[in-house]
Write a protein that binds this ligand. Structure first.
Ligand code: AOF
Ligand code: ZN
Length: 329
């Protein structure tokens, strides 16, 4: 049986849960019959665990069926009973998973299944699935959410012109991608400067989109008439400039991932605070010369102290170049 192809399918499914599962992981699962034919597939969307959903879908498990799941089945009584027990009771004799569960309260599912005589294979497509679940996995390790900073800018790194105009620097296709990313996000963070200057809604324009929480950081007050107060998504105002206050609030809000759509002030502050894990740049090949730069003074005066990122991917999106950067550890 081609476990890699089946795991790739489970991974694709898991991505449908992005933006819906925090503080929990995204998980995709399949049940295949003896010949490898998929008889049920589902993903975690904040309710039942993915394994429980597929087992429920099949009902009576046929002999020789295998469970394929992107995450090692849990072994604890949390919001739901342990999936390990459910699997043992279901009659499934083989479990294939990708990423081990590092969550101290839930781990140990694989060993428990093995001790019940179930054949267990772990680590299939581990790198790919870990990347899909990087928000949750990072949170377990770093005890803070994963920050993605999205920037739409000109070739010379400007996010608005001298007269303040900024609509639009990037193509419509690029902005559609950002709209999709919003729908997959747990929370969108901006500063009061962007809130007052752009009056953004920060909504995803996708059909039936999940609308992420919104958080505005800074001391200035945002008038009631602004779009951020339109009630379309829970919105929070943090009147502070301290990173510890931000991280404390994000902890309370139980988010795995934050999409930063700020200007230079907040962006620079977050880079200096060493929390930016990933940057999505939409680079439009135009020049302004003057205007607002996407980043401010980082207090670096020598090349040897520069902050390095690695290129994860690059892609042409209509008129723009999209570059995804990750922190160079
Ligand atoms: C999920 N969905 O499909 C799987 C999870 O908060 P609880 O009780 O739902 O337990 C969450 C833990 O269960 C989670 O951190 C992870 O370790 C494990 N597996 N969680 O939300 C799922 N399979
Ligand atoms: Zn579970």
């Amino acid at each position: 049986m081609d476990y890699s192809a089946l795991m790739a399918q489970a991974d694709e499914l898991s991505l449908l849960g992005l933006g819906k599962t925090s503080p929990n992981p995204i998980v995709g699962a399949l049940i295949v019959d003896e010949s490898g034919y998929v008889i049920a597939q589902d993903f975690h969307d904040g309710g039942l665990h993915a394994e429980a959903k597929v087992i429920k879908k099949v009902g009576k498990i046929p002999k020789g069926a295998t469970l394929i799941t992107t995450l090692e089945p849990c072994n604890h009584h949390g919001k739901t009973p342990p999936c390990s027990e459910l699997i043992i009771d279901s009659g499934i004799r083989k479990v294939v998973y990708s990423v081990s569960d590092q969550n101290l309260v839930a781990k140990g599912g694989a060993d428990h299944l093995k001790s019940a005589g179930i054949e267990v294979v772990g680590g299939v497509l581990k790198e790919r699935v870990s990347h899909s679940n990087r928000f949750w996995l990072n949170k377990i390790v770093n005890h803070r959410p994963y920050f993605i900073w999205k920037i739409g800018m000109t070739l010379d790194g400007k996010i608005s012109a001298q007269d303040g105009s900024s609509k639009w620097i990037t193509s419509e296709a690029s902005r559609m991608q950002v709209s999709k990313l919003r729908g997959q996000s747990d929370l969108i963070l901006i500063g009061t400067g962007t809130a007052l200057a752009d009056n953004p809604s920060l909504n995803s324009k996708e059909e039936n989109a999940n609308q992420p929480k919104r958080l505005v950081m800074g001391n200035r007050v945002i008038p009631n008439t602004h779009n951020l107060n339109d009630g379309t998504a829970p919105t929070f105002f943090l009147q502070s400039h301290k990173i510890s206050d931000l991280l404390d609030l994000l902890e309370k809000l139980e988010v795995n991932q934050v999409l930063v759509e700020s200007g230079a002030t907040l962006g620079t502050f977050l880079v200096k605070s060493d929390v930016v894990d990933e940057i999505h740049i939409y680079l439009n090949p135009s020049l302004l010369g003057t205007g607002q730069s996407f980043i401010g003074d980082l207090g670096i005066n020598s090349l040897e102290n520069r902050i390095n990122f690695k290129i994860y991917s690059s892609e042409i999106v209509d008129t723009d170049l999209k570059i995804i950067l990750v922190k160079d550890q």
